[in-house]
Design a protein. Structure first.
Length: 294
């Protein structure tokens, strides 16, 4: 009885062990089949997988990520500079004052200190720098030169004006003068305004007078071709010197206007209207007058 029990116990153990080995073999076979199927699907679909990877730049992304994750080498730190004061303290325990380096001559003969600043800068006077800034002395010289240049420039333009001189016998003599008048865009009008205003103090000292009646005003002037049309106010119609006075005042206007090379003759208007005669004694002004008209 005991022998049978042992035999059956051994047989049962062997049966149980064999079943376990069969189960493990079956599991391995199942996983082998699964992996084989996956590998087969991977091989069959390799073209699609490769195209997808190329389209999404998967390989480049992985490569860039590896490069980014790689730590950069650290730069070696420079040793701390030791000042002369620290070195002196380490040896003897006392601090020796450090003298600044002596001033060295910079280009141009100007001494500079250790910081590159010239001795002139320390004193307050600055020389011209790269931006064109000048020292106060240079500015004063430049201002004086500009003032001298301005004084030498003409303050107007020269004009030829015609006045008259009455000699001891009562003869009226025409006299031209050169005068500086204000410069503008209307030189003919400026010259006529100066003429109508009369002689200045210097010209009066030369016994020059004007026969243009007092109160005469220049109302307008324009040039048509080679004719200057000059519009004068009504007082120009009356002259108490008689026929000689009328001729004299006309000569002053005509000669002054024709002193300009572009003007050959003058048409006189009174208050904007053309008259045939000037004054009651009759000096004809119905047509343009030139220097040859007198």
């Amino acid at each position: 009885m005991a022998a049978r029990g042992k035999s059956s116990g051994r047989g049962g153990g062997r049966s149980t062990g064999g079943a376990g080995r069969d189960s493990a073999s079956a599991g391995c076979l199942l996983w082998l089949i699964v992996f084989s199927s996956i590998f087969l699907l991977f091989v069959l679909n390799w073209g699609r997988i490769k195209a997808t990877l190329d389209r999404t730049n998967f390989n480049e992304i992985v490569k860039n990520q590896r490069v980014t994750e790689k730590p950069a080498p650290e730069a070696p730190s420079a040793p701390a500079a030791q000042t002369p004061e620290a070195g002196n303290q380490g040896r003897g325990g006392t601090t020796t004052p450090v003298q600044p380096p002596p001033a060295s001559p910079a280009p141009g003969g100007v001494a500079t200190n250790g910081g590159g600043q010239s001795a002139g800068d320390q004193g307050g006077a600055r020389s011209p720098d790269a931006t064109g800034t000048q020292s106060p002395g240079a500015s004063a010289v430049s201002g004086a030169e500009k003032a001298l240049d301005a004084a030498q420039l003409p303050k107007g333009r020269p004009a030829t004006l015609y006045f008259v001189r009455i000699d001891d016998d009562g003869v009226i003599v025409r006299q031209n003068v050169r005068r500086m008048i204000a410069a503008s865009d209307t030189p003919l009008k400026d010259a006529l305004d100066a003429l109508i205003a009369g002689p200045d103090d210097q010209e009066l000292g030369q016994h020059l007078v004007s026969l243009i009646p007092s109160g005469t005003k220049l109302l307008g002037v324009r040039v048509q071709g080679t004719t200057a049309v000059i519009n004068l106010s009504e007082p120009f119609m009356y002259n108490h010197y008689g026929i000689e006075g009328y001729a004299g005042q006309l000569k002053q206007i005509v000669y002054t206007a024709t002193a300009f090379p572009t003007v050959h003759d003058v048409q006189i208007l009174i208050d904007g209207e053309r008259h045939d005669y000037l004054g009651g004694e009759g000096v004809y002004i119905g047509k343009p007058l030139s220097r040859n008209s007198f």
